[in-house]
Structures are given as C-alpha cells and as structure tokens.
Design a protein around this ligand. Structure first.
Ligand code: ATP
Ligand code: MG
Length: 272
C-alpha cells in the first residue's frame, strides 16, 4: 500500500506539489491524471525515490521513503518497476541487454539473467526481437521492452508514465491488455499516469485528478465517470459548451427558468 501524506515538492522557487494526499491500495490499477505540467511525473519520481520532497511523507508498505539513505533507496527501488514517458531504451544496446540492465546492475549471474530475460520476452511477446536494436522496433514493441525491463526484478508496483500516449489506437489497446493481464497474473499494483481518459476508463479501477499541485478529486473510476463531476468534465473538455440561439425576451425568460430548474450552470452572452 502506498500512502502519500501532505507531500510538498518545489523546484527552486516553483511549487509543484502542495499538500498532496493519496492512498493507493494493493492490487489497484490507479490512474493519475491532470493537465500538462501539473506534477504527475514529479510525483512518480518521488515515489521511486528519484526526487526528494521538501515535506510530508511517502509510506510504501510501511516504509517511509524520506527516512531511507541512498543505498536503502536503491534497494527499495527493486519493488518499483518504472516505465518512463519516453521509453528510455539504450540505443546502442540490443533488446536483450536493455531488458537485463537492472539485473546486471545487481550482479545477477549470467544464467539467471538469461533465464529471466527469455521468460519475460516470451510473456511480453518480443522473443524474436532480443538481438535487435531499439531503433528497429515499432513504438508498441519498444513499450513492451520497457515493460519487460520494469518487470525484471519482480516488482510489487508498476509505475507507467504516459506509456501509451505515443502509440496508435491498436498498439494502445494491446499494451492495455498486456497491463491488465500482468496485473491479474502477478497481482502487481499499477499506477498509470495518462492524459487519455479512455485509458483510465478501460484500465483503472481507482483514479485521482491533480490540479494546481493538489489532488482535486479521487475515487472509484466507474462512479466518477458516471457522475462526471466538474473536475472530470474540465479534463474531458466538456466544461464549456456554447449554444447560439436567437430568442425574444419572453422566450429567454422561459429558457432561464428551465435551466434554473435543471440546476445547470450557464452564462448568457450576446446583445439585442
Ligand atoms: N528537474 C526539474 N527542475 C526544475 N523544474 C522541474 C523539473 N522537473 C519538473 N519541473 C517542473 O515541475 C512542473 C511539473 O512537471 P512534471 O514533469 O511533473 O509535469 P507533468 O504533470 O508530468 O506534465 P506532462 O503531462 O506534460 O508530462 C513543471 O512546471 C516542470 O517545469
Ligand atoms: Mg509527465
């Protein structure tokens, strides 16, 4: 379980996260959404100990990250598989060595590495690409490699930063299917940062919206999409709909009366 308690994070003079509070339970597929620049990637980086925060606490499975030294953070990071916003594969290494990287850093034996990479490549469906370079793969295949690499250390958590945003709809849905099946097979808790609401709706069971450095809404995905609160409508771009009609004064009064009975927020602009 991940508990984020009153976390504040700023870069020099820029406040990015202000009093962020969130709880992510085991086995959830948690969607984190919000406008560009709001601090989603920064929050993920705090969760894996790549960024320090000025105050507050992040508690993962009972361990407070701010209390760990560098070595302990490195060890702790084995629990956290991360897929970065830009694939971050190494161009001069083949796919095998891109996947094996974390195991090499931890000095696993050659046999263990070979077995694990081959097992993962088969699971993810890239077994015929192990000798290729990243530049020879499609976007969807690169993303599979990034997922395989994130899974090498058997993490309890998988953090995906915009892992489908550069993919076409078909590759997106195959990556979503893959993530769903990984979650079901290995009971990994998945956190997905995305600006694609369809991804949240298809993949996640819980979600939070970040707005102006704060969590403006969090809860159950089904319920939030059913109730469509203002925070969600804003993200969906449905917050303002303009209708242009010509009415006489009596008709206008009737329309206003109707809108008021519906509890609709509206603004009347225009002239006579
Ligand atoms: N290393 C850094 N140094 C200084 N400012 C940073 C750094 N990293 C991020 N920022 C700033 O922090 C804010 C949040 O950035 P972040 O990348 O977390 O946003 P995001 O929500 O992931 O956006 P996007 O949806 O575009 O990926 C931005 O204003 C960004 O300029
Ligand atoms: Mg980002």
């Amino acid at each position: 379980m991940i508990e984020i308690l009153n976390v504040n994070k700023s870069f020099k003079n820029t406040d990015v996260l202000t009093d962020v509070n969130l709880t992510i339970q085991d086995n959830e597929v948690f969607g984190l959404v919000g406008p560009s620049g709001v601090g989603k990637s920064t929050l993920l980086n705090c969760l894996i100990g790549l960024e320090k925060y000025q105050s507050g606490s992040i508690c993962i499975d009972g361990v407070r990250l701010e209390e760990l030294n560098e070595l302990k953070i490195r060890k702790f990071r084995k629990n956290m598989g991360m897929i970065f916003q830009n694939f971050s594969l190494i161009g001069r290494k083949d796919i095998f060595h891109n996947i094996s990287l974390p195991m090499e850093c931890w000095n696993y034996s050659k046999t263990d590495i070979k077995n694990r990479v081959e097992e993962l490549a088969e699971l993810i469906g890239i077994q015929d690409k192990l000798k290729n370079r990243p530049s020879e793969l499609s976007g969807g295949q690169k993303q599979r490699v990034a997922i395989a690499r994130a899974l090498t250390m058997n993490p309890r958590y998988l953090l995906c930063d915009e892992c489908t945003s550069s993919l076409d709809p078909k590759s997106t849905s195959s990556i979503l299917e893959l993530l769903k099946s990984l979650q079901e097979q290995f009971q990994i808790t998945i956190i997905v940062v995305t600006h694609e609401m369809a991804v949240v709706q298809n993949l996640c069971n819980k979600m939070a919206i970040l707005e102006s450095g704060k969590v403006s809404l969090s809860g159950d995905v089904q319920e939030i999409f059913k109730e469509k609160p203002e925070q969600l409508r804003t993200l969906l771009g449905e917050d303002e709909r303009m209708v242009s009609i010509t009415l006489d004064v009596a008709e206008l009064a009737k329309v206003k009366e109707y809108l008021d009975t519906q509890g609709t927020n509206y603004k009347i602009t225009g002239g006579y």
